[in-house]
Write a protein that binds this ligand. Structure first.
Ligand SMILES: O=CN(O)CCNC(=O)c1cccc(Cl)c1Cl
Ligand code: NI
Length: 183
């Protein structure tokens, strides 16, 4: 099972690389990797297991974070309406997005960043995304709210971007007027 020691931290070059497209259909090793990433998220959200193994909670995990520079990530969360977003994405893309932006009022965090970095991360409020799942089936989703934010945080990891790259250095809590807050 994946542990915190398997997660590379800020400063490791892989976090700043552009991850490579995954040939389809995905080979068994890539499917295995995705399954282990999904298992990590499940464990990290379990109060007993996360405590036992010292796992920091996460709602997403990208392959570069376990030093696998491939274009794949897993997200696992429930939105404010109680709708579940449990997806593995291979070769994910944003195919269209709103002009409007949104942000988490609590800011963002990252398993690859061992410090709290306060500030608002402005992201597209609504996105249409596509990719493939671990079975090689095409996925096309419209996301908004927390799922849209998490998808963009993970996609950034595939492009060598960290969440704090988006935070305004002079005024970390700067907002443009029509940004939508997500509590
Ligand atoms: O890349 C994934 N991680 O680093 C896992 C840990 N961070 C989170 O779960 C997290 C926390 C807050 C906001 C967002 Cl958007 C995310 Cl994703
Ligand atoms: Ni992260």
């Amino acid at each position: 099972m994946l542990l915190m020691k398997d997660i590379i931290r800020d400063g490791h070059p892989t976090l700043r690389k552009i991850a490579k497209e995954v040939p389809l259909p995905p080979d068994p090793a890539d499917i295995e990797t995705l399954k282990s990433m999904e298992e990590f998220l499940i464990n990290s959200q379990d109060p007993v297991i996360s405590d036992k193994y010292g796992l920091r909670g996460g709602v997403g995990l990208a392959a570069p974070q376990i030093n696998v520079p491939k274009r794949m990530f897993v997200m696992r969360l429930t939105d404010e309406k109680g709708e579940e977003y449990n997806y593995s994405f291979i070769n994910p893309k944003i195919i269209s997005h709103s002009v409007e932006k949104s942000y988490l009022t609590s800011g963002e965090g990252c398993l690859s960043v061992d410090r709290n970095i306060p500030g608002y991360v402005l992201r597209y409020a609504r996105i249409t995304v596509k990719g493939f799942n671990e079975k090689g089936e095409e996925l096309k989703l419209r996301l908004r709210g927390l799922p849209a934010i998490v998808f963009q945080h993970e996609l950034d990891h595939l492009n060598g971007v960290m969440f704090y790259d988006h935070i305004n250095k002079k005024n970390p809590f700067q907002l443009n007027e029509n940004a939508i807050p997500i509590e």
